[in-house]
Design a protein around this ligand. Structure first.
Ligand SMILES: N[C@@H](CCC(=O)N[C@@H](CS)C(=O)NCC(=O)O)C(=O)O
Length: 210
């Protein structure tokens, strides 16, 4: 059987979606978490001097979290039943990538400056966040009226991306509830969080802020 190791820092961050895919698929992996000191020693040896990386069978070391998540999803039947479902999963993945790169990174960078942080959060919540969450609800509603998963009738990488992305939003925004008035998203979050493998992982994984 193929051996996987996911190497990252001691946080959910850019590695958690990959971990969630493997957990949902009931595939064992080594969850390697580096300290700052360990990272300083190993950084130069990494393909793009960044984490996460996936090590396959102790030899192939692959970087870029979204590529890793998609590969693990394809290998484990979590990338939709056809190309159209895969497209819808990709669309949501790219939306989160855009939201992080355009918006959340700015808020994260000033996390220790309360005044600046509050200003950026207000702008984000009143504009872009509304747009992104409305889009997600629209997409969920398009499949089984929002009563199931993003595509088809089973969990996929798209659902895990929504779950992970909205968990990040909740952690980062502190006093803002992104689920307020958004019952479809709230129910979806709890549906994904209730998948036994996900519930088990979330209750036992190392507790970190992000
Ligand atoms: N596009 C890459 C981004 C990789 C990246 O920037 N990783 C950050 C952590 S999220 C990192 O390794 N930072 C430590 C450093 O650059 O020394 C991915 O999604 O994997």
């Amino acid at each position: 059987m193929v051996q996987y190791k996911i190497t990252y820092f001691d946080s959910r961050g850019g590695a958690e979606l990959c971990r969630l895919v493997l957990k949902a698929a009931k595939v064992d992996f080594v969850d390697e978490r580096l300290t700052g000191e360990e990272w300083a020693k190993r950084k130069e040896g990494m393909p793009l001097q960044a984490l996460p990386v996936l090590t396959i069978d102790g030899s192939q070391v692959i970087c870029q979290s979204a590529a890793i998540a998609r590969y693990l999803a394809k290998e484990n039947g979590l990338m939709g039943a056809n190309n159209l479902e895969a497209l819808r999963i990709d669309e949501v993945m790219e939306m989160f990538s855009e939201m992080v790169q355009r918006e959340l990174i700015k808020i994260y960078m000033v996390k220790d400056n309360e005044e600046e942080r509050n200003k950026l959060v207000k702008t984000f919540v009143e504009g872009p966040m509304k747009k992104y969450l409305t889009f997600l609800e629209m997409r969920l509603k398009e499949n089984k009226d929002g009563k199931g998963f993003l595509v088809g009738d089973k969990l996929s990488l798209g659902d895990l991306a929504i779950y992970d992305g909205l968990s990040l939003l909740t952690a980062l925004l502190v006093n803002v509830d992104p689920f307020e008035g958004r019952s479809l998203l709230k129910e979806h979050q709890s549906r994904v969080g209730s998948v036994p493998e996900i519930a088990e992982w979330v209750s036992t994984r190392p507790k970190t802020k992000f």
